[in-house]
Each structure stands twice: as structure tokens, then as C-alpha cells.
Design a protein around this ligand. Sequence first.
Ligand code: HT7
Ligand code: ZN
Length: 876
Amino acid sequence: PQPVRLGDYRPPDWLVDTVHLDVRLHPTAARIVARLALRPNPEGREGSPIVLDGDELNLKSVTLDGAPLAGSAYVATSTGLTLLAPPQRALTLEIETVVDPSANTRLMGLYRSSGTYCTQCEAEGFRRITYFPDRPDVLAVYTTRIEAERDEAPVLLGNGNPVEAGAVEDTSRHYAVWHDPWPKPSYLFALVGGKLDRITEDFVTATGKTVELGIYVEPGKTARAGYAMDALKRAMRWDEEAFGCEYDLDVFNIVAVADFNMGAMENKGLNIFNDKYVLASPETATDADYANIEAIIAHEYFHNWTGNRITCRDWFQLCLKEGLTVFRDQEFSSDQRSRPVKRIADVRLLKGHQFPEDSGPLAHPVRPSSYREINNFYTATVYEKGAEVVRMLKTVLGDEGFRAGMDLYLDRHDGDAATVEDFLACFADANGIDLTQFALWYAQSGTPRLAVSGHWDEAARSYRLDVAQTLPPTPGQSEKLPMVIPLAIGLVGPDGRDLPLALDDGSNAERGVLLVTKPRQSFVFRDVPHRPVPSLNRGFSAPVKLSSDLSTADLLFLARHDSDPFNRFDATQTLALSHLLEATSAVRAGGEQPAPDALVEALAATLGDTSLDPAFVAQALSIPSEADVAREIGEDVDPDAIHAARTRLRHAVGEALAPALEAVYARHAPTGNYSPDAASAGRRALRNTCLDLLAAGGTAKGIARAQAHFGAADNMTDRFFALAVLAHAAPDAREDALAAFHRQFRADPLVVDKWLALQAQIAEPQTLERVRDLTGHADFDWSNPNRVRALIGTFAGLNPTQFHRADGAGHDLVAGAVMDIDGRNPQLAARLLAAFKSWRSLEPVRRASAEAALRRVAGKPSLSPDVTDIVSRSLD
Ligand code: HT7
Ligand code: ZN
């Protein structure tokens, strides 16, 4: 397909005011009658045809104002329906189509998941249900009548509020009518029909309106929906308090389905979820699962305002809803849990997923300027970097200025299909500032680099920070302009306290934030009586790669004293990373690099500081991942050498800190029943981190402790963590533990996913065969995206030594899976293929094998547009 370009945007020629859908559900021939009230758009081109999108539709009939349309009046193709010369006035089109939900393996449009009828319309799925101007700037009011066999689908749900329901006389069928009063784009349409159980609760909004909340799950699973309901109510309250956003319908429903291409979908009043992000019980879900459920339930709910009430003008503006809504869900989780720990987790995710994207062949701006396949732009850059950009806006404007901008945005653009420019204009107008340079964050791809050095002038009692910014070239962008980088800093005095920040021009660095706007800039602070240690980019205020002249002693000092928890954490990570870089080089040269005392000392100090939050200590004790090291090395990467260096470091730390780790492990033994709250989860995280490091120390005692932990666990967090320790560190104990786990949970597909994913991560050559064998296991299913992501996605994403095997077998396995899956689910296939995104940074042998695998995929006849897009950009 030809690329779609942002610069080519034109308003729609025709608008749709109302849509009446009559959907008769049937396993293989669902019949949809769509009545559309259309009118010419005064802002469109005069005299235009009516162009409707369509995809894999079986067209039965078309009428215009009640009269059948002559065959010569329209053209129907595989991609749409065009009325060639319609009267240029308001008119009604009625279109009847038939689709086959059971054959819909792409999981876009109307499909069946374990027998339940459901829909997924974002981004371009509505056109797989009926012909329609399937673009986000066509907003209409929808009424939906759904009809089905009562036995097959006793529950019938739609967008908006329920209007009526009943039996279809003299048949075994029944129907329900739903009306959504809020105009919406087609991508927010949804319906569900199936045999589902429900939990329900009332929520009273800030202005006293009662909303009936419902969560629908597969029969027998309601006991596992309680946490999602609790998270939903907390999210609804939080959005009222933090952003003044109140819910606007009489009901809010969530449906959990087992087959879903992504995490969840924010359809108006009817969110549809991957069941992985709804179902939780202490026996089946880990603390991380609970945290994800809370975040994703909140995220989809928050879209009700940022995405639904204010939607996107076009798909280039995707970050307008996604980046902003991720920011909002991050803030929610920070308020519900520990803010510093949440920030550390978010930055780890950003560095782990978005930074590699930004430095590889798939790099694109937060707001791309062209795309071939929009489904490939639901990326870490749009979501996570998009959230960072909103966070920077808040850092620049301060809490009040940010809230003023948000209030204006929610008010000024309610009911609109808006753009990034509209969004920024609200913050500029509300604060009286110019955000022209700031807007470059949306347009320039790549991760800025910031080099910072500090100079203390004892005589002048001043301190100067020299800052240089660069932005590397990225695909399609060789020249870059300097960005606005809000650099939050502190100057830490010898007593560990922050010095006042007084700039020599008389200004204060407002809220401790320096605005770096030029390629090179110096900031001079006066009244600095002692040489301070600068704490830079506090809270990771800007998503940049920062290098500085901080010494090991400075980092040790920050690790102990920085008042900014993120930088306290980061100081230890920086020490560990710099050791791992040297140790990796040493391994490649056939040598060894002992673990530095300074690092062990820093870890010991953190472990011994009982004033710290256990969840924070767990994060601070974690050794940077192999992917972190690979990213830092950047080129000529040898995953085996990284793995060896990291394994040795973990062994050394486990050995050196054993007594302290044992003591902390013992001190954090569970005291009562499992509870998923943040404090309890933090204690488990720390205890499990100790367990892991002790086992990494390689002693029989360490392994025995993990076995005992596995046997004694009364919840999935502890059980699965111990299983992971055994799987990675104890080959002799591994198989028995894996088998026991499988025996216990084989009936639960979401737990089977954990079992699959864990095996896919084992860093040894037999894993390839194991993964191959598992694809033939009775509990594996190529047609379920969760199963495929658990096994193949984890292998490609979290097992660098085996995915990038020097003999190329790992690359072959993933490329082969991509080609197999592409025929049935191109979106899933394209996402798996994106695991090759850093292939150019590999050492030559592995790079050649990755390239060969990509070329094999590229050469396969009849590839989907989704995979074609990823493979061609990867090879460009
Ligand atoms: N807005 C939703 C994105 C989404 C999606 C996109 C493409 C294909 C399938 C999809 N399912 C959900 C989810 C979100 O970000 O909130
Ligand atoms: Zn979203």
C-alpha cells in the first residue's frame, strides 16, 4: 500500500450524524443492517462521491432514502463502497452486509473468542462489520440492536445505555437495544454477545449520579474479577479528583475475552479486555499481574475523556490519546502505590522498550508523519515516550500550570476530534507561554544525548554546569534541531543535603528544573561554599541518555544520600552498568573482571538501610538486565559475553552479601494471608530478590531455599518467583518443579502462559528445542495471541542469548513463526517480527543471521501489509 501522510490530511467530504445498526449474530453468517444519516460536510469538497471503507464484507443490498440503489450508482470493491454521484444533501443510506465471525482469525471486526461474539474496531476494524467512513474524525450517535439465539448468547451488550430488550416472538432468539448519546468515531464501536457471568456494583459520581458497573467474564470466573472492580472504582474516583473528569453514562461495562490482539480496548461504555488484565486471584496472579490489572483498568477508563470525549482527528494524532492516557494511568498508579517505585518501573520499561526502538530502524517520532500500516504504530514511542512528553510538559509548567492547561483542553475540545497542536495550544494559552520548540518532542525521533560536566570555583564560591545536547540521526531525519530539555537537578552538599539553587543571573532554577534549549549551555550557581555532587535528571525528568563526569565516589555518595529516590536508584545502576561493560569486554577478550568493591558496598548499604521502602530496595538491588547492557554497548553486541559477565556479577553479589541477604529474607517472611496491596507486594519483592541473589550465589543452600520457598508458597507471586529461580539457576531441580507447576495449573490458560514464558527464557542452547517442542504441546495454541506471545514473544524478547544464537537457529525459529502466523493474524505476526528491531547492533555473525532471517521473511510471497511494513523498515 501507498503511505498515508500527515500533510495530506483533508476533512471528510461527508459526515454521518446517526448510525442505526441491526446486528443479527450467527456463528458463520452474522447479518448487519446499517442505516446511516449522512450529509455533505461544509468543510469538505463540494460535489464529492460518498466513499465508504470496507474490508472482507459480503454486500447484500444498498438503499438510498428507502429505494434500492441501481448497480450503476455505486462501485463495491474489496476495500470499500463508493456512491458515484449522490444527491448533495442530507440522505439516508441503508447497507446490508454479512460477515463470518468464526472465520475472523485476525481478531479485528466482529469475531468469536471461545464462543463469545465480540468486536475490536481500533484502528480500522469497523470497516470489517459494515461499509463506513472509518476514520476518527467522523463522529456519529449510534443506536445498536443486537439479536442472537438466547441459548448461545444470553448476554447482549453494546455501547452507551441499555434501551430495551426482549424475546423475538415465536423464535428462540432475543434482542437488546443500546443507545450511546455521545457522538463517537467508529473505532469506539463495540458489541458483545455470549454466555458470560457478571459481577456488578454501583458507583456514585461526584455530582451524585449512580452508575451501574458490570464486569463480565467466562462462566465460573467471577471470583477472579473482584480486584478489577475495585481498581475500576478507585480509578473513577481518582479521575474526578485529579482531573475533574466525571463518568457520563448510566452504565459502564467491562468484558474479558481470551483471544485479543492487545491489552484492552476503551470502547465507549463497553471496554473489552484481554482476560489476562481482568482475572486475578492470589493463587493464579502475581503481584505484577495485580499492578498491571490496576493500571490497564484505569487506562481504559481514563480514555473515556482522553480519547473518547476528545478523540483524535486522524491516526497520526494517536499519541494525543495514548501518550496522555498512559501519563494519566502512571499518575494514578503512583498515587495508589509508591511514587518512586512506580517511576523506577516506568523508566525501566521506557529504557527497555522505547530506547531500543528509538535507536533502531523502526524509530519514528511520537507523532509520525507517515505510515503504511497504522497497526504497527501502537508502539512504545507513541505510548511511553508520548507519556514522557506530557510529563515534561508538567515539569516545565508546574502542577498548577499543567492543570490549567488540562482543564482548558477538556473544556475547549470536548466533543472534538483534536490534534497535537490543539493540545499544546491549551497549555500555551493557559500559561501565556510559547511551546513552539517544545513541540519538537512530537516531531523529532531519536533519544537526545546530554553530556554534563560540573566545575566548582572555590574562590568564587560558584558552581558551573556545562550541558551539551545532541540528537542522533534516525530514519528519514538526518538533521535535527535542539530540543527543550527540562533537566531537574540538585546540588548535594557534603552533608547529603540539597544546597539552594541560586543561578548567577539572579533567578532560581524553578522547582529545581533547568531548561536546556541550546546545543551548548552553561548554568552558573552562586553561593556554593563546598564542592557539591550534582544529582542530574532527577526523577528522570527528561527521556534522554545522559553522560556526566561523576566519579565512582560521587555515584556512591548519591546512592547513599540523594534525596531524589530515582537518582539514588540510578546511581547504583550506573555503577553496575559500567562494571558490566568492562566485564563484557573482558569476557570477549577471554578474561574476567572482578566485581568492584564500590558496587558491592553500595548494594550492601541499600540492603542494610531499614528506613527504605522494601519495594525500593528490591529495585535498587536488581542488577541491570542483559538488554540494558546491550543497549549501553550499542554496537558489535555479543549476547553470550553479556550473559557471562552478568551471571558472574550476580554470583559475586550473592556470595558477598549472603549473610545480609539471608537476614533480610528471614525478616520479610509472610505474616498473614496474601494481600495484593503495594506494601505487602513490596515485602514479597524484596524477599524474592534476596532469594534470587542467594541462589545466584550458587550454593546448595541457595537452591534448597528456593525449593523450600516453592513448596511452601501460598500465592502465585512466591510460587512463580521460586519456580523462576529454580528454572534459571538449578538445572537439576528445574524439570521436577516445572512439571509440578504444570500439573497444578494446567487447566488455567493464563497460568500456563507463565509456564511457557518461563521456559522460553532459559539461557541455554536446549531452550530452542524446548520451545519447538512446546509449540506441539496440548496446552499450546497458535491461534491464541496470549499463548503465542508467552512462548515465541518471550523467547524473542527476553532470551537474548538464544534468540540471537550464533548459529542463527533462534532467528530462524522466530522468523518461521512470523511467517506461519501471518496468514491468520497479521497484527500478531508483525509485533513478533518487531523483536528484530536492534539487529543492526549485533556482532557481525549474528547480524548476518538476523539479516538473512529478515530477508527470508521479506521474500515470502503474499505477506500481509503489516509484516511487509515491519520487515521493509527493518531492512532499510
Ligand atoms: N486503544 C487501544 C488500542 C488497541 C488496539 C489497536 C490496534 C489493534 C487492536 C487493539 N486493541 C486495542 C488500547 C489502548 O491503548 O488503550
Ligand atoms: Zn490507550
